[in-house]
Design a protein. Structure first.
Lengths: 217, 216
């Protein structure tokens, strides 16, 4: 347990030291939001607002996750294999990536509210949607990046692997957030939230069980 | 003896369903009319595909547990056969949709599910092609295959039930459900499914033997 916390601390410290990565993500987010603004995003309907938000969140998550195993590439792989077991590594990565993605999506939500106005009538449900979505994304994208990294061709392969797999989550989560925007009664949303929670748990467990088979030579 | 037995049964059941699928009397339903016969040819393809993918899922687990390379060859053979059924299911469905809905492709949960399934498994073959070392390839693709199968079941089994769909059997449309699927259809549909699953097993075992020979 303490090992997991140390690993997460290490990832965070590494990320802060390597400030280039954070700034490039930040500029990407600013740029893409402003681009949408220029293309008429401020007149977007609720539905388009939601769709645009999820497209931006999704690509930000893909960009973030594509660096999940940057630390462990090449010779450092053996070093990290020595200091932590595969189960600890995957739990630490999943928590770290979920938090990072959540951080990014909150920033995107803020930017969208700033430029196009915040039309969400149920912010708690909307935030819940973001949290559940990010947890699901992090499991799938982390595992897909692990697969791509171990197969030695990480750049395009991880996106090809992850894109179709993330669609069920993307679909559920955009429905939840659409409900949150129009202020649908909670009973209607609860069923979708329930199935998304189940899906998240199932994917997380699968990633946890399968990762040790990847993490060996 | 056992080896020939299932092949004979499979061939007989497929021939039976192909011929009697056209001859049998059908319930008279609006819109869908005579095209309900596609139940025997289109839906049985998807059942066979899911059976093949379930087999490849099981062999992936076997590989991760026992590390026997034969299990990996079987996984690949079953996945290839499953892809064949997926494409056949897609084409038979598209032809049906052209005549019943008037379009080759619509934005429907069931159709999206099948398209995503095909993308997922194409990615599986891309992943396999990129890795040189045989054991590494087997292990990494087994991990992906297990993950992919679960997501496929979620996508084709659970999600379409949550939204409305034009597809027969969904949201009050006539077709494949307990009220509409009467006994005359069952008498052909179930043999068709069993027959195609047996045929798939045969094709997959041939592919497996080819792989084994070319590897040794």
């Amino acid at each position: 347990m303490s090992n997991i916390r140390l690993l997460i601390q290490r990832y965070i410290r590494q990320e802060i030291r390597n400030s280039n990565a954070i700034f490039s993500l930040g500029i990407y987010l600013m740029g893409i939001t402003y681009l949408i603004y220029q293309l008429g995003g401020s007149n977007a309907s609720d539905n388009s607002w939601n769709t645009l938000l999820w497209v931006v969140v999704f690509f930000a998550c893909i960009m973030q996750a594509s660096r999940s195993f940057e630390l462990e590439s090449r010779d450092y792989f053996y070093y990290y294999q020595c200091i932590a077991g595969p189960k600890e590594t995957i739990v630490a990565k999943l928590i770290y990536n979920s938090l990072y993605m959540l951080f990014l999506s909150v920033i995107i939500w803020g930017l969208f509210s700033l430029f196009y106005g915040n039309e969400v009538s149920r912010p708690t449900v909307f935030a819940l949607g973001l949290i559940l979505g990010c947890v699901g994304f992090s499991s799938i994208l982390t595992l897909a990046n692990g697969i791509a990294e171990r197969s030695g061709r990480s750049t395009t392969l991880s996106t090809i692997l992850a894109l179709p797999l993330t669609l069920p989550i993307l679909k559920l989560v955009s429905t939840i957030n659409m409900h949150a925007m129009v202020g649908a009664p909670f009973d209607e949303t609860a069923a979708i939230i329930g199935s998304l929670v189940t899906l998240d748990i199932a994917i997380g467990l699968l990633a946890y069980m399968l990762f040790p088979y990847l993490w060996q030579d | 003896m056992q080896q020939t037995f299932y092949k004979v049964i499979g061939v007989l059941l497929v021939i039976y369903s192909l011929i009697f699928g056209l001859l049998t009397s059908i319930p008279e339903l609006p819109i869908i009319e005579e095209s309900i016969r596609n139940l025997f040819y289109h839906v049985s393809m998807w059942f066979a595909m899911v059976a093949m993918m379930a087999g490849s899922f099981a062999y992936s687990i076997t590989f991760l547990r026992k590390e026997k390379i034969q299990a990996d060859h079987r996984t690949e053979a079953l996945t290839e056969t499953g892809m064949l059924f997926a494409f056949l299911g897609l084409f038979t469905g598209m032809i049906w949709a052209r005549f019943t809905w008037g379009a080759w492709w619509t934005n429907d949960p069931k159709l999206n599910g099948s398209a995503i399934t095909i993308l997922i498994y194409l990615a599986y073959f891309i992943l396999r092609n990129g890795i040189e070392d045989e054991r590494k390839k087997a292990r990494i693709s087994a991990v992906y295959n297990i993950f992919a199968f679960v997501m496929m079941i979620v996508f084709i089994g659970i999600l379409p039930r949550m939204t409305d769909s034009l597809h027969p059997g969904n949201g009050g449309n006539p077709g494949f459900n307990s009220y509409d699927l009467d006994n005359r259809l069952r008498l052909i549909f179930y043999p068709a499914v069993i027959g195609w699953v047996l045929m798939g097993t045969w094709i997959a075992s041939l592919r497996y033997r080819i792989k084994k020979l070319s590897n040794s």
